[in-house]
Design a protein around this ligand. Structure first.
Ligand SMILES: *Cc1c(COP(=O)(O)O)cnc(C)c1O
Length: 391
């Protein structure tokens, strides 16, 4: 039967019925190793008992009241996020794009506060910030923008991982610089280790906000709670979503200092944002990450996977680069490889291809060592076999 869902996704021919940890089962009871985790969402894996218990308990008490009232779980979550990040306050919403809309509004308010009439935000080539009109305008991909003109103005684009290009922007209207610590959709692009440090210096010199989109890199993905914590800097604004609720929709925009004072009563809002149900899920995620020391294990596990792929695939024709940080891993090939996703699915492994030719792996943070070995072995075999067929 044809689906009546609007065809905004080229979906794979599989429907999942249940999951446990890094495993998923389809309707025919076939098992799949999930190396994409709902696109970096289910960091604690599927059907995590702590998330289940928190959501069930909260749903039995209150799902929603309204931001017209104080919400205990929201205040608790804001406190936890600020403690973990060193930021000052949090705005809650329901997705990454919405968290980014809040960031854009903060940057514009900040620009006006500085006396700039038409504030601009510096963004990068290859960036992905979401699918709403403002966030797709900030996104550095023609494919995302095509056909949706007129785009929202006020964005100045520079190459990624290029501090000089930002220093060369002479535009007096700039109020903020906005990047991902590692580009996700853009192809798991890992910038120079001192990129954020230099951005912080440039922003401090010019009184610009430094804003980070950690929607994909956040909540433990790269081996720290937030990716900027691999450095000693703090951004003025950082956005989170994906893994924050382990699948229960929630986004957050955290702000520091002056940026934290830019939005006041009546200037921004969200009906569902930060409701008791979503915040309970996020609190359960944060508590579980700490209690089970899950993020602490991510760097070694990521290294194990990277080393495995390097020893199996380095020097193979068509394999250009194997890179990543923590459990955000990319294998770049010299040609488009989208059909690998379906071949992997047939072999019971869920992977993703982004930027046309980068195999992207975002497994749950609770992936076991055995599952990591299985992933490396099966995917390496598949990539090598793929080129024997297509050659
Ligand atoms: C996924 C993603 C977004 C968009 O998040 P949605 O929840 O789909 O709106 C924004 N920025 C980055 C870096 C992302 O990976």
């Amino acid at each position: 039967m044809a689906s009546q869902v609007m065809p905004t996704y080229a979906r794979l021919p599989v429907m999942f019925e249940r999951g446990e940890g890094a495993w998923l089962w389809d309707k025919q009871d076939r098992r799949y190793l999930d190396a994409i985790a709902g696109i970096a969402v289910c960091g604690l894996g599927h059907a995590h008992p702590a998330v289940f218990a928190a959501v069930a308990e909260q749903a039995g008490k209150l799902i929603h009241t309204s931001n017209l009232y104080r919400i205990e779980k929201q205040e608790e979550l804001a406190q936890e996020l600020c403690r973990l990040s060193g930021m000052d306050n949090a705005f809650f919403c329901n997705s990454g794009a919405e968290a980014n809309e809040a960031a854009i509004k903060i940057a514009r308010r900040y620009g006006h506060y500085l006396g700039i009439d038409q504030p601009a935000i510096i963004v990068t080539e290859g960036a992905f910030h979401g699918r709403t009109l403002a966030t797709l305008s900030a996104t550095g991909s023609r494919k995302v923008q095509e056909g949706f003109e007129p785009l929202v103005g006020g964005f100045i684009r520079v190459p990624y991982d290029d501090v000089r290009a930002i220093e060369a922007v002479a535009d007096k209207n700039v109020a903020a610089v906005w990047v991902e610590p590692i580009q996700g959709e853009g192809g798991v692009r890992v910038p120079a280790e001192d990129y954020l440090l230099h951005l912080r210096r440039v922003c401090d010199q010019r009184n610009w906000l430094l804003m980070l989109d950690e929607v994909q890199t956040g909540v433990g993905r790269t081996g720290k709670f937030l990716a900027f914590q691999h450095t000693f800097i703090r951004p003025d604004v950082v956005t989170l979503a994906k893994a924050l609720g382990n699948g229960v929709p929630i986004g957050a925009c955290l702000a520091l200092g002056t940026a934290a004072e830019m939005l006041t009563a009546g200037q921004h809002g969200s009906t569902f944002g930060g409701n008791p149900l979503a915040c309970s899920a996020a609190l359960a995620v944060i508590k579980t990450l700490a209690r089970e020391a899950i993020i602490e294990r991510v760097p070694a596990l990521g290294e194990q996977i990277l080393e495995g792929f390097r020893s199996n695939l380095e020097g193979q024709p068509h394999v250009l680069d194997i890179r990543g940080k923590g459990l955000m891993i990319g294998i770049e090939l010299d040609q488009p490889c989208g059909d690998l996703v379906k071949l992997a699915l047939e072999r019971g492994i869920l992977i993703n291809v982004t930027a046309d030719r980068v195999i992207r792996l975002l497994p749950p943070l609770i992936l076991t060592d055995d599952q990591a070995r299985l992933l490396v072995k099966e995917l390496s075999k598949l990539i090598i076999g793929y080129f024997k067929i297509t050659a």
